[in-house]
Write a protein that binds this ligand. Structure first.
Ligand code: ACM
Ligand code: ZN
Length: 394
């Protein structure tokens, strides 16, 4: 199909476009760079699906723009390392479906993938594990700063912003294997986790070396990722070791904190202040307790069947919300009944994904704080790109 005209019409809005298909050819008008990309992608999709038909693609006019500014996907190289060349293939498909945020979950119990100057044990210890689920096969992987910069540029050329995640204070068994002294009860024989599931290790907020470490981590992120958004995780952080830790106990008493959740709020505030020194802002997985975040912050609703409640509670607390409710959005979940679910994952059919209304029918007054949608692809059980793509694109 011939592109007869390709005009900019700022009045459309920067991510909007109008595509007119006539018997002679196609006219594209777009509001800005993103709108133009999406218009060209729509044309490509039409050609891919319909050009083989004798009539070619149908005549008509498409006027289109995204409902939300945030349309993200998350990859999980912490669980199974994803080489940059494979991430680029993943990104090509994101661009084809008009996603605009790539969230890279760089750290977890099973591996740490970001090198940080001054902390060599991240590579020599935290980036490696002995095996996965008893298979006896060692697994390892660490990006270089140059590779990550290359990924950022590749994504930028496709209208995609890269958001790094450093999960705190939990999901940190790999870090505990490398630097046990960052934790409340250092265990010198701690190993990088080789199975799914969580660990009780939380970094200890009372240790100065912890804050020195995260200052170095955030500086490194600042140098690599032009997005100043840093996802800090914050999910599934059991506070039982904070409860017992003598340093944590003393600090809570001194500050008049009534419990460990108050300590969590103070921990997030201190992390946020550390990011703020570099002009970076945090995001968090929403844990159902809106009090532990601070007004203006952005959180992700992810827990099953908590989406509606999360919309209401985050609105009241003055938070922004990204909808990633797992029963609709976790794309590593099985796509049809009977597909392997590791004993617990819900079936998330293509139809179910499409049925998600991120606002659940609520008005702008009730749900105007929703910034968009997000599709995490957790990879405990997805060892390579073929497995990832198979689960994501049924
Ligand atoms: C999560 O699934 N733990 C955010
Ligand atoms: Zn402690």
């Amino acid at each position: 199909m011939k592109l007869l005209s390709d005009k900019t019409s700022p009045a459309l809005g920067k991510d909007a476009y109008r595509l007119a298909v006539t018997p002679q050819g196609v006219h594209l008008a777009s509001g800005g760079r993103e709108g133009r990309m999406y218009g060209l992608v729509t044309l490509q999709q039409l050609q891919d699906q319909l050009a083989a038909q004798p009539e070619g693609i149908p005549c008509g006019v498409i006027t289109d723009k995204p409902r939300y500014p945030w349309r993200g996907m998350m990859v999980d190289p912490a669980r199974h390392f994803i080489p940059i060349k494979d991430l680029k293939k993943f990104v090509d498909l994101m661009a084809y479906y008009k996603f605009n945020k790539l969230h890279v979950h760089l750290t977890d119990n099973q591996g740490w993938r970001l090198p940080v100057p001054g902390y060599p044990r991240l590579k020599s210890v935290a980036s490696k594990r002995e095996e996965s689920f008893g298979d006896g096969i060692p697994h390892e992987g660490m990006y270089t700063r140059q590779e990550l910069k290359d990924l950022v540029a590749y994504c930028a050329a496709r209208g995609i912003e890269v958001i790094p995640e450093i999960d705190v204070p939990g999901h940190n068994q790999a870090l505990a294997a490398a630097y046990p002294e960052f934790f409340c009860f250092p265990k010198p024989d701690m190993k990088v986790r080789t199975v799914a599931g969580n660990s009780k290790e939380l970094v200890c907020p009372q240790k100065p070396e912890v804050w020195k470490f995260y200052a170095a981590v955030f500086k490194e992120l600042k140098d690599i990722f032009p997005s100043n958004t840093v996802h800090l995780g914050g999910d599934e952080a059991p506070t039982e070791l904070w409860k017992k830790c003598p340093l944590c106990r003393e600090a809570r008493t001194k500050a008049g904190m009534k419990d460990e959740q108050e300590q969590m709020r103070a921990f997030f505030a201190k992390m946020t202040a550390l990011l703020d020194k570099n002009g970076q802002t945090p995001q968090f997985w929403y844990e159902g307790n809106a009090d532990i975040y601070h007004p203006g912050e952005t959180v992700y609703a992810w827990r099953q069947d908590q989406a509606r409640q999360a919309i209401e509670k985050t609105k009241k607390a003055g938070l922004n919300l990204i909808m990633a409710s797992n029963e609709y959005c976790y794309l590593d979940f099985p796509q049809f009944p009977g597909q392997y679910n590791w004993g617990w994952m819900q079936t998330t059919t293509l139809q179910k994904c499409y049925e998600l209304d991120p606002a659940f029918g609520k008005s702008t007054a009730e749900a105007g704080h929703i910034r968009g949608v997000h599709a995490p692809v957790w990879a405990e059980h997805l060892p390579d790109l073929n497995h990832l793509l198979y689960r994501v694109y049924p």
